[in-house]
Design a protein around this ligand. Structure first.
Ligand SMILES: [Ca+2]
Ligand SMILES: [Ca+2]
Ligand SMILES: [Ca+2]
Length: 244
């Protein structure tokens, strides 16, 4: 009985200690300035309702930042679903977006992206927090929770600075130009594990990172995958159907 009372006493002491720590943490948490709280960004994860699927046509464009006529038969993919905005809900949807045209040949996928972004910024040292676009390719369209060797993430900033996931990116080419609405990026993403053929369906997604001059990423818009996991999982990618 005595041992039981001692255990109970220790338990109550621990509980009071925890509560005290919790109160201190809450007190510290409220010392943030209003500006600090407002500048924080929150992820807004949502589930994709359906998989976007688009037909893309055969053609090899010049990677020069000018939209070749070859892109025109294809429908533009709209990259306008926001998964990240500023703390202010009303700001969701006011970040950068893009219209993207895609071509393919046996060796590569080609994209031409028109990005609407009112304030261009590369303030952050982190590439993904600079104004930039990201292209995600799942060559075998296996939609796996972790990247396979055929899966890749390719990023190009509005200044044409390239970065990519740690896979072989030999042959990755890009061109970027600033426009009066934002910027354009044209890129060649080489296929690394296959020769493409008409009739194939590949996994694909597209993302726009937007810094509204805060020096951080203020918004993210996507084509299909409404998670922020496209850099490590191909589960949420949309589909591209390769046609002649
Ligand atoms: Ca071109
Ligand atoms: Ca894959
Ligand atoms: Ca921006």
């Amino acid at each position: 009985m005595k041992i039981f009372s001692s255990i109970l006493l220790v338990f109550f002491i621990l509980c009071f200690a925890c509560q005290d720590a919790e109160q201190k943490w809450q007190k510290n948490n409220t010392t943030k300035s209003k500006a600090e709280v407002e500048s924080e960004v929150k992820e807004k994860p949502r589930k994709a309702e359906k998989v976007n699927e688009e037909t893309v046509y055969f053609g090899t464009p010049a990677i020069d930042g000018v939209k070749d006529a070859k892109y025109d038969p294809g429908k533009a993919l709209l990259v306008d679903k926001y998964i990240l905005g500023t703390d202010d809900e009303q700001n969701l949807g006011q970040g950068a977006s893009a219209k993207v045209w895609v071509l393919w040949d046996e060796n590569a996928l080609y994209v031409f992206a028109e990005v609407t972004d009112s304030t261009l910024s590369a303030r952050s040292d982190l590439e993904y927090m600079q104004d930039s676009i990201e292209i995600f390719v799942d060559e075998n369209n296996n939609k796996t929770p972790a990247y396979q060797e055929d899966d890749g993430q390719f990023r190009v900033s509005f200044k044409n600075k390239q970065s990519a996931s740690a896979t072989d990116v030999k042959g990755f080419k890009s061109s970027a130009k600033v426009t009066d609405k934002g910027y354009v990026v044209e890129a060649k993403i080489p296929f690394r594990t296959m020769k493409a053929k008409a009739g194939m369906v590949i996994g694909f997604d597209f993302q726009v990172n937007d810094d509204q001059k805060s020096g951080k990423r203020d918004s993210i818009s996507k084509w299909n995958d409404l998670s922020n996991d496209s850099w490590q999982s191909t589960k949420g990618f949309g589909n591209l159907v390769l046609k002649p």
